[in-house]
Design a protein. Sequence first.
Length: 211
Amino acid sequence: MGESAIQSIWDYLIRYHQTYLQKYGVHLPSLRKRNGTYTKDALTLVYLAQDYPQTKWVSKSELTEFIRRFYPETNDVQNARHLGMQKGFYIVSSRRGNFYPPDKPPPKESAYLLVTLEKPHPSFRPEKRTEEVSEIEFEQIKKEYNYRCATCGSEEGKENLRYPGQITQLQKAHRNPHKPLTHGNILPQCQLCNRADRNQWIYDERGRVVG
């Protein structure tokens, strides 16, 4: 894919964003950095949007190889996942479960699919990106949970109970993913539970799934 193809796809991404997605709070990344190089987010969107609306599943390895043409040091592309539930584009992963179109079943390998440019990702909530709890306040919340993950019980700084070999890092996690990350809506979760359960479950104050 050359520069003219990238620009052509980007032009219709702009049109679809302005017509459909902007009103939902979905932010279109910049195509280029100040030094003129393409951004990884833009390259990811362009590659997934090829032949739109007849998009297809793109394997993670294929996407990584494309990004490496511009960023040779890239080891593992995470941009497609972040552009989905976190940033609002309707991009789904074959490893994450739901929201697949029935006519495009996911492959067994790790892959991504741009479903549509006319609707945001079903789990996208623009207000959830607002974090009003400071690190000092989060430290107190962790203390209340004895510095353990509310979901799996792994202790911060020690080996994860579910994933041996991984050191537990506690992160701010939503009790209810449809509400802002503020007081009363935060649990300490290890990086592995937070990644796996993000946007899927509603928890009570003890980390039990209630919805």
